[in-house]
Design a protein around this ligand. Structure first.
Ligand code: UTP
Length: 281
């Protein structure tokens, strides 16, 4: 199978937990310090060697396209001033990759958003980043860690973390058999055989929850086409991945690093404090 080149960013959701801020501003453009969530995600993908950023947007999300573009007026205004270096990071992002966009017309869930992205991805494996899950790692980014696993196992990879069982209703929860692999910590890799979207704590198959990082093989699109609406009436990526897991094609990976749920106010504040303290140190 091909080398990974593309990364999909589903970014069409309404972000209702951040209303009224998200009435006119996409949730993915909310900044932690001075950088929008989506830029952190794109930087993580670039670090992992991915070159094409495929973004699924929706109505009211045009500022995403403007952000990953040159603003000539602004460039002209601050050229030669001390403020010029504020744009250094975003300029290097724009130079390091290409962006393509498509719109999800009806917000029918994450699985549907990923299927909408097929037109940008085509028939090759790809990364998926949910930018509202903001990750910080000491050495390699989560996506870099996952690309290494994909290259070894050549199947879908989902990033998981241990959660308190009472929080299972917020996540897709997996279970399976630990893979013995000396290159990884004991228990870090699991061959998934079951996964449930947002289970009640008593129905959760384990305490391992999927976070917003995936590597998917293109056969997922065929499965998604046949996936019926599940929890919340939405087309769930978890339901499609369960079909792949049944034939042994999903590995879960307990990543090294920290994750902040910036789709919730608590997680967003926690991330802001964490990154602020980090730049002070
Ligand atoms: P969330 O459920 O966290 O996002 O979806 P949301 O629906 O925007 O937020 P709330 O719950 O109303 O506050 C996870 C990711 O999937 C994308 C979202 O943009 C987010 O990045 N998504 C979700 C889509 O692109 N399309 C959808 O139909 C649903």
């Amino acid at each position: 199978m091909n080398k990974l080149k593309k990364c999909l960013f589903p970014a069409a959701g309404y972000g209702t937990r951040f209303l009224p801020a998200t009435k006119a501003i996409p949730k993915e453009m909310l900044p932690v310090l001075t950088k929008p969530l989506l830029q952190y995600g794109v930087e993580e993908a670039i670090e992992a060697g991915l070159e094409t950023m495929a973004i699924v947007t929706g109505r009211g999300k045009r500022s995403i396209e403007d952000h990953f573009d040159i603003s000539y007026e602004l460039e002209h205004q601050i050229k030669g001033t001390s403020k010029e270096n504020y744009l250094t990071e975003i300029r290097s992002v724009i130079n390091a990759c290409t962006f393509s966009y498509t719109r999800q017309v009806e917000m029918k869930g994450l699985g549907h958003a990923i299927l909408t992205g097929e037109t940008l991805i085509g028939n090759e494996p790809f990364g998926v980043v949910l930018a509202d899950d903001l990750c910080d790692c000491e050495r390699e980014g989560v996506l870099t860690q996952m690309v290494n696993i994909y290259e070894k196992y050549k199947c879908c990879v989902v990033a998981v973390e241990e959660i308190p069982k009472e929080e299972s209703k917020k996540y897709g929860v997996i279970s399976g058999d630990v893979i013995k692999d000396e290159s990884y910590k004991a228990g870090a890799l699991v061959r998934v055989n079951d996964m449930v979207e947002k289970p009640e704590p008593q129905d959760a198959p384990s305490n391992l929850a999927i976070i917003g990082r995936y590597i998917l093989t293109p056969d997922i699109f065929e499965v998604l086409r046949d996936t019926q609406p599940g929890k919340g009436g939405e087309i769930q990526i978890t339901d499609a991945l369960l079909e792949m897991a049944k034939i042994g094609k999903v590995v879960a990976y307990k990543f090294d690093g920290k994750r902040f749920d910036c789709g919730s106010v608590d997680g967003f504040v926690e991330a802001t404090n964490y990154f602020y303290e980090k730049i002070q140190a």
